[in-house]
Ligand binder design. Structure first.
Ligand SMILES: C[S@@+](CC[C@H](N)C(=O)[O-])C[C@H]1O[C@@H](n2cnc3c(N)ncnc32)[C@H](O)[C@@H]1O
Length: 334
């Protein structure tokens, strides 16, 4: 049991070393250009010698009109990776453009984003952009919210259901990036992990080969942000009409069940449970996210801190549905 646990932790730590590819960063960040003018950007989980987030902002510094770029790097214990880059301690880089050289500075602590040294840098930043360690996503987002920072970061779609994350989505303090969300994303991985993936995993699941190079795969990746973007204000075109037969109510919630986002009825004004992938199409101008706690039909259903319809609480005729977000259409058409 203990061995299983430590294997699991070791695997998670390896997954934390997934390096984002430049085309993925470019594809997403082009939707936020106007937000960056005059701003200080902080990439706080980024070895500047490897990170394409650092490269992106360094290369596009003038085009975006940035004020400053700060990058700090976690002192990784994988000595192989760091000796390759000639780094003995955790370090950071500051860049202010105007054809100057980036200034390298050493950190006294290990570069953990939670260290006071890094939180001091965080205070200077306007926007944080990175792919943080997946295993620390909850704490990572909580810190950004605590310090009132703007951000664009990568995480797994599953994070939507975390009790620390969903309330932020519901209250409009965090939403999905331009995306598309919940798709396959491929990442560069350290050489030893690439070897291990090939030896122990099946191609197509944990990794993919692209031009014979091993790329780590995250099957459910998304961008999470609190910067506004155009797609967030595009209405979803709806065409189906409500019928009680096609949209049954949950046993314990006074809401109808909608199995597919595209099937949201155009003419239904009440609460509807929709799959979490709906969030990729969510416009707050068109829909309101409702608290599942408020629409319980049965007082025995416990109030959940996250406010989602989950597991057997969301059964229909005793048969559980998948996790559901409850929404209401603000612009019904009869
Ligand atoms: C998923 S990788 C992404 C790396 C880089 N941001 C990128 O996108 O290419 C997460 C990185 O966070 C680093 N990391 C792990 N724990 C950390 C912590 N507590 N504070 C800061 N960085 C951490 C890992 O070493 C790893 O390089």
């Amino acid at each position: 049991m203990a061995r299983n646990k430590s294997l699991h932790a070791a695997n998670r730590a390896k997954q934390d070393e997934f390096y984002t590819q430049l085309p993925d960063i470019e594809k997403e960040l082009k939707h936020y250009r106007k937000h960056f003018r005059g701003k200080t950007v902080y990439c706080n989980c980024d070895d500047p010698t490897i990170s394409n987030f650092f490269h992106y902002f360094h290369l596009n510094f003038e085009k975006l009109g940035l004020k400053k770029l700060i990058t700090t790097c976690y002192k990784n214990r994988q000595t192989e990776m760091f000796s390759k880059h000639d780094m003995e301690a955790a370090a950071g880089v500051e860049y202010v453009g105007n054809e100057t050289e980036p200034t390298v500075f050493q950190l006294n602590e290990d570069g953990d984003f939670r260290n006071p040294e890094c939180t001091e840098l965080l205070k200077q930043a306007d926007i944080v952009v990175t792919n943080p360690p997946f295993s620390l996503f909850r704490e990572y987002i909580a810190q950004l919210v605590e310090y009132g920072k703007k951000f664009v970061v990568i995480g797994s779609m599953n994070a939507i259901t975390y009790k620390e994350v969903f309330p932020l989505i519901k209250s409009g303090r965090l939403w999905l990036g331009h995306g598309p969300a919940g798709k396959d994303m491929l990442f560069d991985v350290p050489e030893d992990y690439a070897r291990e993936l090939v030896e122990t995993k099946r191609e197509g699941s944990a990794y993919k080969l692209v031009d014979n190079i091993v790329k780590g795969r995250l099957g459910n990746a998304s961008w999470f942000t609190n910067l506004d973007h155009r797609k967030r204000h595009e209405d979803l075109i709806l065409y189906k009409k409500y019928s009680p037969d096609e949209y049954p109510k949950y046993d314990n919630y006074d809401a109808i069940n909608v199995n597919k986002t595209a099937d949201i009825p155009v003419d239904f004004a009440g609460p509807m449970g929709v799959p979490i992938s709906f969030l990729d199409k969510h416009s707050p101008d068109q829909f309101e996210i409702v608290s599942a706690n408020d629409i319980r039909a049965n007082a025995n259903v416990p109030i959940k801190p996250h406010g989602l319809i989950k597991d057997k609480d969301g059964a229909i005729d005793g048969k559980p549905t998948y996790v559901r977000i409850v929404i209401r259409n603000k612009r019904i058409q009869q």
